[in-house]
Design a protein. Structure first.
Length: 294
């Protein structure tokens, strides 16, 4: 199931049935199309947000996990956990158009569309692979903490934040120099990371401790650790003041005012939510931001 939530009102707007075990989410730039990975099935699903309908599902690699949309919605970039590869896919046809070998068990990925790069968390290699999307070659590898999983770029694309699950820390990578410039503890089993639109704060979902670490992006000081539910994983920044995370074991989305370290709302959803993505406001009434959640 994919759930559409109006986070301004903290209510569920719609539920869309998809094939089983959805994991990763990515939206086209205009917010009209959503892509969902199904690692257990080797599938990617495409959803029409306007009609709230599953359009199709197509096979990609062996175990597609992380996903991003680029080239104005024409291309998908997908990490294949089992094949240790990043795959380029035509979004319309679902056909593979290129691939590049990366490290072991590539998990989360983010794309810098301006810089034409993809950054991939190679979980079992303890590194981030940097992929040149124009040539589909690996431009660099950057060592991180143990078991990197989730990634987030700063608004100016100058910093990449990497959540390292097993070492319980956050790596900061300078994207110009392609090297780690800092690493600091954030909590037990960080599985999600997001940066506020003003770049001032970084929010990390710590799965084992059930908290959100709110971090000053300049000093790296942890400003607060609000409780956000049992086994949080995916996390997104909704604004410079608010973030949302899924609580996997509680079957809910928690909305947090990061400026005050205060939980604003709990939104019940289907069983085992994993990830979130923010959609443009115009898809609903205009009251608050809208968000899709698995």
């Amino acid at each position: 199931m994919v759930t559409l939530i109006d986070v301004g009102k903290a209510i569920v707007v719609a539920e869309i049935s998809v094939p089983r075990v959805p994991a990763g989410l990515a939206a086209a730039p205009d917010g009209r199309t959503l892509y969902v990975t199904h690692p257990d099935l080797g599938l990617i699903s495409r959803i029409d947000i306007g009609t709230r309908r599953l359009e199709t599902s197509f096979r990609v690699g062996r175990e597609p996990f992380g996903i991003a949309v680029t080239e104005a919605g024409r291309t998908l970039i997908v990490s294949d956990w089992s094949s240790d590869a990043v795959i380029r896919v035509d979004a319309a046809s679902g056909h593979e158009t290129g691939r590049i070998a990366v490290g072991k068990a590539p998990a989360g990925l983010v794309v810098d569309a301006v810089g034409r790069r993809a950054y991939v968390a190679d979980r079992e290699s303890n590194q981030v692979s940097v992929v040149d999307l124009a040539t589909m070659t690996r431009a660099a590898t950057v060592p991180t903490g143990r078991a990197p999983f989730a990634l987030a770029l700063s608004p100016d694309r100058g910093q990449l934040y990497v959540a390292n699950v097993q070492s319980g820390d956050l790596s900061m990578i300078d994207t110009a120099r392609l090297e780690e410039t800092a690493r600091f503890k954030v909590g037990l089993m960080p599985y999600g990371v997001a940066v506020t639109p003003d770049g001032a704060r970084v929010a990390v979902a710590n799965q084992q401790s059930g908290t959100m670490a709110v971090i000053d992006a300049t000093t790296h000081a942890i400003l607060a650790r609000p409780k956000i539910g049992s086994y949080p994983e995916g996390i997104v920044a909704l604004s410079s003041q608010r973030a949302a995370a899924v609580a996997w074991a509680d079957d809910e989305v928690t909305i947090v005012d990061v400026s005050r370290a205060h939980v604003v709302a709990h939104v019940p959803v289907g069983a085992g939510p994993r990830n979130l993505v923010v959609l443009p406001e115009h898809w609903e009434t205009g009251a608050g931001e809208d968000m899709l959640e698995r």
